[in-house]
Write a protein that binds this ligand. Sequence first.
Ligand code: NAD
Length: 516
Amino acid sequence: TKATRSICFIGAGFVGGPTAAIIALHNPDITVNVVDLNEQRVAAWNSTYLPIHETGLLKVVRTARDGTLDTVVSLPGLAEPVELKARQPNLVFSTNVVPAIAEADIIFICVNTPTKTYGVGAGSMADISAIESATRTVAQNAKEGAIIVEKSTVPCGTARVIQDILCYYRPETSFEVLSNPEFLAEGTAVENLMHPDRILIGSAQTLTGLEAAAALKKVYGAWVPDERIVTVNTFSSELAKLVANAVLAQRISNMNAVSAICEEFGLGADVDDVSLAIGKDSRVGPKFLQAGVGFGGSCFEKDILNLAYLATELHLDVVADYWLGVLRMNEYQRQRYSRKIVRELNGSLRGKKIAVLGFAFKDGTNDTRNSIAVHIIKDLAEEMPLDITIFDPGCASADILDEIQKIGLSQIQLERIRICTGWRDAVQDASAVCVLTPWKQFRGCQVGRTTKVAAKSAKTFGLSVIPSAGETITEMDILALEDVAMQQTGILSEDPLGRLRPLSPCSKECGDGKLG
Ligand code: NAD
């Protein structure tokens, strides 16, 4: 196979940006162009304030985007320093989609594939219109022999759709389409990309298909050991990504179901003890067994819906229902939490202030999409509280507002919601504090009476703090909260050393091209 000289990533999002940066870091001889239609996002990628917050990412981006004379770079979150040669920049972020596609030997499609919100399959089917649109641009501009890589999470069979579009526009040229789903977890993206459990490559089982897979394998081979690169057929690869997310989400729902049993049982069975006990079994393992308020985020729910939709299309209703049960359990857990808060506050929130600490869908990321907090806020807003205040140490106010705007609250309900730039302001005079993202700043905060959805959960996630004396949070309570060293700044970003530091413009606004 001929050497890869140029790679194009279409979509500079949570997946495209970090993946491109790590590939560029380890392949100094390959030019990696990351293109996106969103000018603000591209400007942010070209600034010091990246549009997404991931430990160590700024350092990786700076090394590949700006070049370096260093020989050894230690990346935050990674145990071992990485050895690098003095290098020229080889990572470029731009909106120049067409030229980047035209020069590429390998083209990764990393655009968004949300759940469809309209028409046939609304609320369950994946919307692949961004894939179709990106593919049309690829078809019209890619050079002969370019390899197209489906990086986005897609319905099983999408590689064939891509192939059909390519064939329609370029009947005389044959392109290979590979499936290479991404398994990184937000919050630990750099670490996951540097040391992946596996890289999955799906290809047609033909000579040219296998050759294309080998070319992609070589790119990853720059830093990923051979035994961690798994090659399968295209459709196994597409399906494996959906199943991987469904199984991870299922593990969470399993323990949330158990947490409900523990709480009702009354004899002191503790869900954390149950998790510990079953996690010790080497067949099960300890991860993803913590009970909490449920899972949020842009992937788990969407991918389970996607899997269930596939089953329904195949007339496998029992199979679809089986997976949808994971989502039903998740929703039940969230509702249990909201109800618990209302019950704790004598059945009504009217005239009371509720503080929400944590809005990101998990800690370590600024991603607010489909966060637990937004669902809980929706439930609580129905109770017409006086005020709902929100503080998150990593999210931009504009992103929080965007997410809240999607849940269809009335104007009156929206007016009651306030985003605070400090936790102190958020919790002052509150009747309850709901900790909904397990940021380390919030861990261990214990004030007054505490209610947990997951009975006796050692984690703070899902903990609601109800004031000890009187009806609202007092100065004393705030002092106690201070003890756990919460960050006082509203919006944080990484400085060049990868440490969190205050960022004045929010992540959306820093798309104005401000450097440094
Ligand atoms: P995202 O919304 O952050 O990024 C997608 C980007 O694609 C956006 O910036 C958008 O402007 C751009 N885009 C859309 N159409 C385009 C076009 N025609 N040309 C150029 N740019 C275009 O999404 P994401 O979180 O990065 O997810 C991307 C895909 O990866 C999804 O399919 C998702 O399911 C999958 N995935 C996500 C994660 C995760 O943790 N976020 C993990 C694994 C897989």
